[in-house]
Ligand binder design. Structure first.
Ligand code: CA
Length: 227
């Protein structure tokens, strides 16, 4: 799942990006309101963490514009001010939740998960599944045949992508942009290495094997057809 952070304080922004990445999310960071709004409108995010006091456009304006453009994604406001009127204003403008600085990262993570859960009341499942492999999006847990499997944040994001698009051959370039959030040249073997590690965890001791390499194309996650 992809989260946009809009925060101008360098330390807080870096800290949030790192923390959310370690929790298994793909996190982008914008450092002012204009960049933040641009990303929110042009990219596909599941949630925005939005600071109120921002250069160029403040958080209120960013939020108003996001809603004005019909984007319904959940927005968690960050503010240094703990004024009742600010909360009311934020909620009137269509913020989904509010967190007052300074806050513990664990609290932010709990709010983020709660908002994502609420956001998917409208139909998207919390559990992605193929054969006996299950990925719980909110608890960030993976099991196969009922056994808990520990994945790194990148392995988790990779498996999530493969599960969401199961049956589709995913080119390396697409995996690079969705999981590593960058384009890298085709010489690097970052993806091969990550797929190998993921396979060792989810396929090596189990049947059937679910990840298939399509030579020259990419990877696909599927239940193999009977021989
Ligand atoms: Ca700020």
């Amino acid at each position: 799942m992809k989260i946009l952070i809009v925060e101008d304080e360098q330390k807080t922004g870096d800290y949030l990006k790192q923390g959310l990445s370690e929790a298994g999310f793909v996190a982008d960071l914008a450092r002012d309101g204009i960049d933040g709004l641009h990303l929110a409108l042009t990219d596909d995010y599941d949630l925005v963490v939005l600071d109120v006091m921002l250069p160029k456009l403040d958080g209120w304006q960013v939020l108003r514009e996001i809603r004005h453009q019909g984007k319904q994604l959940p927005v968690l406001f960050l503010t240094a001010r703990d004024q009742v009127e600010d909360r009311v204003k934020g909620l009137e403008f269509g913020a989904d939740d509010y967190l007052v600085k300074p806050f513990a990262f664990s609290e932010l993570l709990a709010r983020v998960r709660a908002l994502l859960r609420r956001g998917r009341a409208s139909g998207e499942p919390e559990l992605l599944q193929i054969a006996d492999l299950e990925l719980d999006l909110l608890r960030r847990r993976v099991t196969r045949a009922g056994k808990r499997i520990d994945l790194t944040a990148k392995e988790f994001a990779l498996l999530e992508l493969l599960l969401r698009r199961q049956g589709e051959v995913l080119p390396r370039s697409l995996i690079a942009s969705q999981v590593w959030d960058m384009n890298f040249d085709s010489d690097t073997n970052v993806i091969e290495v990550a797929v190998r590690r993921l396979r060792a965890k989810i396929d090596d001791s189990f049947e059937p094997k679910l990840i298939r390499t399509v030579r020259g194309m990419g990877y696909v996650l599927e239940i193999p057809a009977p021989a």
